[in-house]
Design a protein. Structure first.
Length: 165
C-alpha cells in the first residue's frame, strides 16, 4: 500500500489502492478473501489511512488477523539505524475464515535482507465435499464496452429465430 507522506497525493493513492481491492471483492462476490502484506499503517494509529483501511474492513466483513497474534516479536517493520520498530504488515481475511485455531506469527529471521519480517498465518479452512457446490453464484457485471456486437447480434437473432426466448 502507498506510504503515508501526509499529503493529498498519497491519500489519493491509498484510497485508490483500496478501490482496487474493493473491485476484486465486488467482481468475486460470494468468495472469501485473504489479503496480506505491507499496508503501511499501524492498526491503532489515528491517521486517515488507518481510518480508511478500518472502514474498508468493516464494510467488507474483513478482520485484521494480527490482532490475535501471540508472539514474542511485537513488530514487523524495523529500521535499526533509527531505532524504529512498528507493525505495518498485516494479514486481513474474511471473518468467516477466522476460527479459534487461527494464528499469526511474525518470523524474525536474521538472514532476511528486508526491513520487513515475514508473517505466518495459519487458518483452518473447511471445504465442501464437492468443488461444484462450493462455487458461489456469480454476480457478473457485463462489460458492454468490450463486447463483440456482431457476434452478440448474431446470437440474439439465432435464439430469436429458434424461439428460445
Amino acid at each position: 500500500m502507498p506510504y503515508d507522506a501526509k499529503n493529498i497525493e498519497c491519500d489519493i493513492d491509498f484510497e485508490s489502492t483500496l478501490g482496487h481491492l474493493q473491485g476484486v471483492i465486488a467482481s468475486n462476490a460470494g468468495y472469501k478473501f485473504i489479503f496480506g502484506g505491507d499496508f503501511n499503517v499501524s492498526k491503532d494509529a489515528n491517521t486517515l489511512h488507518t481510518v480508511l483501511l478500518r472502514s474498508f474492513c468493516s464494510s467488507n466483513d474483513i478482520m485484521w488477523l494480527d490482532s490475535v497474534a501471540d508472539t514474542n516479536v511485537n513488530y514487523s517493520y524495523h529500521v535499526k539505524k533509527s531505532n524504529h520498530f512498528s507493525v505495518i504488515d498485516h494479514i486481513l481475511c474474511s471473518s468467516q475464515l477466522f476460527t479459534d485455531e487461527t494464528s499469526i506469527e511474525i518470523l524474525p529471521d536474521g538472514d532476511n535482507p528486508s526491513d520487513h519480517y515475514a508473517i505466518l498465518c495459519r487458518l483452518n479452512i473447511f471445504t465442501p465435499d464437492t468443488i461444484s457446490s462450493s462455487k458461489p453464484k456469480q454476480n457478473s457485471k457485463l462489460q458492454w464496452d468490450k463486447a463483440n456486437l456482431c457476434t452478440y447480434r448474431s446470437n440474439v437473432d439465432h435464439e430469436h429465430n429458434c424461439n428460445r426466448f
